[in-house]
Design a protein around this ligand. Structure first.
Ligand code: ASP
Length: 366
């Protein structure tokens, strides 16, 4: 049919047909075209801070309150994932609950800086796109984690601090509260105690705080238990995307605009679908120096370590070598989950789709 003279025309025709076939194949619906399979199962983990948290000194009702709070936040995040929501949405939803809970050092219930103010830090990161948002030293946003997300989604920046971040929060339409919203008597008395011990000046009771009680409130647990108390969440959604978020009041009696690791991308918070998502808690200065969150993910990505091995390597070897204290929670796109800490306790909880909720506080629990 194709003689020597018409051969080039045949060739052009064949090429055209092949080209059309290729175009048709790429335009086919996802279900029939070759697409990477989504992991399909969701999972979520959270922490509520690590520190000197010991069974011997914990009252049963306090312990029960912590366990109930961790469960409530975990279930809120899990519900988002179970209805097909994104890992970012789950991280934000769970952290917002912990920020409203005065038990934790984030949002309401945050520790006080030495000047008597609450200075809040938060960060969020999307493992699918490597987009991230972070804020430090904010004073009026009810949910700093949502402000971090707004920085990621509504600004061209990654990290905003202080007055500028407070102003951006108003601009982005986030809920504003009077700084006294974050006040808790327990944290205030804990600050006064520390300032007295360190011989530092005692700031006036914050404006708008409730009147001082006639008798000091009973310590519901040892002050040391609250040295940390940051909250963090990592999640994996049904599309195989992971995300991480962290929110904190930082360290008690901090001065001079001190910012810890929590809002520093790569230190206290990190997520990449290439490796893992991590949220850390502990003495931020060490976590910043080691870029702990990124370090865990680097061991997974470049050394091929299993997630638990990587987390243990960083916490029990690298952090320990610097005499730093704290821990991490971490998750991978293929559903590995790990927590690791070198303190007597870390408030923590996790759930994988179809599994059972695990909640732990002390280091002798699984
Ligand atoms: N990492 C936080 C900070 O240094 C504190 C904490 O985790 O409790 O600001």
């Amino acid at each position: 049919m194709c003689g020597p003279r018409v051969f080039p025309i045949c060739r052009i025709l064949i090429c055209r047909i092949l080209f059309c076939l290729a175009v048709a194949l790429t335009a086919m619906p996802e279900s029939t075209a070759q697409q990477p399979a989504a992991h399909g199962h969701w999972a979520i983990m959270l922490h509520g801070g690590a520190g000197v948290i010991e069974r011997a000194t914990m009252k049963p009702e306090t312990e029960a309150a912590y366990r109930a709070s961790l469960k409530q936040a975990l279930e809120a995040g899990a519900a988002v994932l179970d209805r097909g929501g994104s890992s970012l949405d789950a991280v934000e939803a769970a952290i917002r609950i912990l920020e409203d809970d005065p038990l934790f050092n984030a949002g309401r219930g945050a520790v006080f800086a030495a000047d008597g103010s609450n200075q809040l830090d938060a960060a969020i990161m999307d493992g699918a796109t490597l987009r991230a948002g972070a804020v430090a030293d904010v004073t009026r946003t009810r949910h700093p984690i949502s402000l971090a997300r707004a920085v990621m989604e509504k600004s061209p920046h990654v990290f905003l601090v202080g007055k500028g971040a407070d102003a951006f929060s108003v601009y982005a339409g986030l809920e504003q509260v009077d700084p006294s919203f974050f006040f808790t008597e327990r944290r205030w008395q804990s600050l006064i105690k520390q300032l007295k011990q360190e011989g530092l000046p005692i700031p006036p009771r914050p404006a708008g705080a409730p009147a001082a009680p006639q008798v000091p409130i009973a310590e519901i647990e040892p002050a040391e238990a609250h040295k940390f108390g940051t909250v963090g969440v990592v999640a994996l959604d049904r599309n195989g995307n992971i995300a991480a978020g962290t929110s904190t009041g930082g360290t008690q009696a901090k001065r001079w605009g001190r910012v810890g690791d929590s809002p520093v991308i790569g230190a206290g918070t990190y997520a990449s679908n290439q490796s893992c998502a991590v949220s850390a808690t502990g003495v931020g200065e060490y976590f910043i120096r080691l870029t702990v969150a990124r370090e865990v993910c680097a061991l997974v990505q470049y050394k091929g370590l299993k997630l638990q091995q990587a987390a243990d390597e960083v916490i029990h070897k690298e952090l320990a070598a610097l005499h730093g204290d704290g821990g991490v929670i971490a998750i991978t796109p293929d559903g590995q989950m790990a927590w690791s800490f070198n303190t007597p306790g870390m408030y923590r909880a996790r759930l994988a789709e179809g599994g059972k909720i695990e909640i732990g506080i002390y280091n002798d629990e699984p």
